[in-house]
Design a protein. Structure first.
Length: 185
């Protein structure tokens, strides 16, 4: 298996996936769905220094209007195409306010650890608010995988609720990534 070598790598939907997982809470939780949402338009760059992880960095820019619902689990009835479109509209208009904040950005400030277990600290800007975030990840062969939990209220985002507040999206949202870091030939 080929491993990651020192160098710069282009990131985006052509070489990886960026997913958002939400969970339900509240008295009406059984009526809703836990969602897997894919970011379909994003790009970035990872600079990897295999001898000195602190010399590594990553930047990512996300089109905030490119979130697409891929799966909804749980719930009283299956998620329909109409449900997906309504959720995506709510995300754009009421949660992320993409008209005013079309981009979400991440810029690393520190990288440490090993290929088997690395940590990336950085600044995440959502809805015009920048907060620090920590990502845990690992490299296996040429793949980088990892996740972070984003607490929406830290960015001033009020988690979505329905049924007069009985159904809520949990404040903590998991962001997962899986990217191929194969050098381009």
């Amino acid at each position: 298996m080929v491993g990651v070598t020192t160098g710069s790598y282009t990131l985006g939907p052509e070489s990886g996936r960026l997913l958002v997982n939400t969970a339900r809470s509240g008295l009406g939780a059984k009526a809703g769905h836990d969602l897997t949402i894919e970011v379909t338009r994003w790009h970035g760059e990872a600079t990897v220094d295999t001898t000195d992880p602190a010399g590594s960095s990553v930047t990512v820019e996300i089109d905030a209007g490119s979130f697409e619902v891929r799966e909804g689990t749980g719930g009283v009835k299956p998620l329909t195409g109409s449900d997906r479109r309504e959720i995506e509209k709510i995300l754009r208009e009421k949660i992320l306010h993409t008209g005013r904040n079309p981009m979400i950005t991440f810029r690393s400030t520190r990288v440490d650890g090993t290929a088997e277990s690395f940590r990336v600290e950085g600044d995440l800007t959502i809805v015009g608010v920048t907060q620090p975030v920590e990502i845990q990840g690992s490299l296996a062969g040429s793949r980088a995988q990892g996740s972070a939990t984003i607490v929406q209220t830290r960015w001033g985002i009020r988690p979505y609720s329905a049924l007069f507040g009985a159904l809520k999206v949990g404040d903590g949202v998991e962001i997962r990534f899986d990217a191929d870091l194969t050098p381009k030939r």
